[in-house]
Design a protein around this ligand. Structure first.
Ligand code: NAP
Length: 239
């Protein structure tokens, strides 16, 4: 499959490129073509060290999206707008995967009289960094992204609970469960396949796109659990 990774030069993009580059055609998207090309060459070199002759390429985000069948959005929530606007004309009938988690440091989400509010954590007990899910107006990042897509593009939300460092470490078998949300079973099945392409990962159907908030909000929880309990890069497994 031809997979574009928007923001593919970043933390989580690297892991996807290295894992899927062994089997699929990967196109790294970036705001800067030269950066994307350099990073693609670096990823090819890593894979060559593992005996894989990968042909990962790099280009700008829009060209990457145009060339691919599947587009991974691996950009931070507050940086999404201009990129989504730019790719909208070239992603008709394509599958878009959001891994995006909207979260804030040392802020907490509350709902007062039906209004969303993000407030600083006041308690003196919180003397370390703490992350909170920062619920967007639509309910989740996935539902916000849905509003930015053409009607015939199919959005799937997945991979939110995968730590970037471990994804990029090809020595590691990742015995994780991956929650997948979306409204099209056809698109979800394709994403299930991409999950299974990564050693030991198991895809689990979480439900329609409206359920994405539940899986997105697990990421700040996992980060906080790790930070407060001397653990590193924890993920999720249903047993
Ligand atoms: N890190 C994780 O462990 C992890 C796990 C699960 C989900 N996620 C989600 O994955 C997404 C990416 O996370 P990350 O940690 O990989 O992020 P990151 O490394 O900080 O950024 C990813 C890429 O975004 C691009 N970027 C930076 N500023 C931008 C801007 N103003 N406009 C457009 N693009 C910009 C950069 O690419 P260029 O400079 O090349 O354009 C950068 O390499 C986030 O939504 C996060 O919630 C992350």
């Amino acid at each position: 499959m031809k997979i574009a990774i928007l923001g593919g030069t970043g933390n989580i993009g690297k892991g996807f490129a290295l894992r899927w580059g062994q089997k699929h055609e990967i196109i790294i998207g970036s705001r800067e073509v030269e950066k994307a090309e350099a990073v693609a060459a670096e990823y090819n070199e890593v894979l060559a060290g593992y005996g894989h002759k990968a042909g990962i390429t790099g280009t700008d985000n829009q060209t990457a999206a145009e060339k691919a069948d599947i587009i991974i959005v691996a950009i931070r929530y507050n940086q999404l707008g201009p990129v989504m606007e730019m790719i909208k004309p070239v992603i008709e009938n394509k599958i878009i995967i959001s891994v995006v988690v909207p979260m804030e440091k040392n802020m907490c989400y509350i709902n007062t009289s039906g209004k969303h509010q993000i407030i600083p954590i006041q308690s003196k007990e919180f003397n370390t960094e703490y992350f909170c899910f920062s619920m967007p107006e639509a309910g989740s990042a996935a539902q916000e992204i849905q509003k930015m897509l053409p009607d015939n593009a199919e959005l799937v939300a997945a991979f939110h609970t995968v730590p970037a460092k471990k994804l990029a470490n090809l020595e590691m078998e990742l015995d994780y469960d991956i929650g997948v949300c979306g409204n099209s079973m056809y698109s979800k099945e394709i994403v299930f396949g991409l999950v299974r392409d990564i050693s030991n990962m198991r895809p689990l159907d979480i439900g329609p796109l409206e359920t994405a908030a539940m899986i997105e909000s697990l990421t700040p929880l996992l980060i906080n659990v790790a930070a407060r309990n001397e653990m590193k890069d924890v993920s999720l497994k249903f047993i």
